[in-house]
Design a protein around this ligand. Structure first.
Ligand code: UFG
Length: 330
């Protein structure tokens, strides 16, 4: 049996590949390398360059490699871009996921793990947010992911597909062994931008909004180490394989840090100055969003190992330095 990881050359997908390989699974990666990088894919996985919309290819891979689970990460993920290009998001995220689910059902793949997001909640109005909170995504990105969750639920009812939809909060950090990390150009993620800035890859950065109703006026998020996020996926996979039923669960630590707190931690852990200015709010940003992850813990026994913001910043920084050396060497 093996696992098909779509988007396995991307930030989160490449860590999933490592997590699976580390426990001795056979892994097939399908990635069109539009934003992912082949160098992030473990050499122990089998990388196929192709598109998840190529259903004939997906079906062939499932048959050839006896796939028993699909972990689906391939997606577009920029909230702002999704507002400008909604149809692109409904094509890449919703329509392609529909096609992938159809192939999975047709080929008899029993398990499907889906990369969902806290963006399905929008302004949750509940803190920390539980899975039964109102689902009111504020962007086409969030809606495109929520539609995929709904399709999985329906496909499960009609065809028996087992699925786990994991709603990520703010994923940050990098593989503790330095094998992968966020390598996206023009990332919009706070921790990544901060470590790029201390390394002078950016001339400076801004705090987006200092007038939020939070203790220091900046927005609060639940930053989770990418390796803990992957442990949650592995726990979900074991849960599905053990026949314990479908799972829709938040993945976060249940505690928030403000933008200022994150930037202070980046400066203190790297020992480098950060050129920061204060700017206006970014459109669509909620003041605070923190996960209640009790459901995941109770259903799967998931226990985080890296719930430590300085460690998250350190791993992100180490990866950023690795990228600099890599680019330097050409
Ligand atoms: N921020 C800054 N300056 C920057 C970048 C970010 O102040 O240069 C702030 C943002 O305004 C926000 C916080 O840092 O308050 C975190 O921003 P990120 O862009 O890192 O993350 P988001 O919370 O906006 O987005 C994350 C995921 C999305 C997901 C969303 C759901 O990255 O994929 O959570 O809430 F949709």
């Amino acid at each position: 049996m093996s696992v098909l990881v779509t988007g396995g050359a991307g930030y989160i997908g490449s860590h999933m590949v490592l997590g699976l390989i580390d426990r001795g699974e056979e892994v097939i990666v399908l990635d069109n390398l539009s934003t992912g990088h082949a160098f992030c894919v473990s050499p122990h996985a089998h990388l196929v360059e192709g598109d998840i919309g190529d259903t004939a290819l997906v079906e062939r891979l499932i048959g050839e490699h006896k796939i028993d689970a699909i972990a689906h990460f391939a997606a577009s993920l920029l909230v702002g871009e999704s507002v400008r290009e909604p149809l692109l998001y409904y094509a890449n995220n919703t329509a392609r996921t529909r096609d992938l689910i159809e192939v999975a059902v047709r080929a008899g793949v029993p398990h499907f793990i889906f990369s969902s997001t806290a963006a399905v909640y929008g302004m949750a109005g509940q803190e920390p947010v539980r899975e039964d909170a109102r689902l009111n995504p504020m962007s086409p990105y969030g809606r495109s992911k929520l539609m995929s969750e709904i399709m999985l639920e329906d496909a499960s009812s009609a065809h028996g597909l087992g699925y786990a939809a994991l709603r990520y909060f703010n994923v940050a950090g990098a593989d503790p062994q330095g094998r992968s990390g966020e390598s996206t150009f023009n990332s919009t993620h706070l921790v990544k931008i901060a470590v790029e800035t201390v390394l002078n890859k950016r001339p400076g950065m801004q705090i987006f909004g200092t007038d939020y109703p939070t203790p220091d006026g900046t927005a609060i998020r639940d930053y989770i180490h990418v390796s803990d996020l992957i442990d949650a996926h592995i726990a979900a996979l074991d849960h599905l394989r053990a026949g314990k039923g479908n799972l829709t669960a938040n993945v976060g630590y249940g505690r928030g840090f403000s933008v200022r707190e994150v930037l202070d931690v980046v400066q203190s852990t790297t020992g480098l100055p950060l050129n920061v200015t204060e700017g206006p709010r970014r459109a669509g940003d909620p003041p605070s969003i923190v996960a209640d992850s009790d459901h995941l813990r109770q259903m799967t026994g998931w226990t985080p190992r890296y719930d430590d913001l300085p460690l998250i910043a350190t791993h992100a920084f180490e990866w950023e330095k690795h990228l600099s050396r890599r680019n330097h060497q050409g």
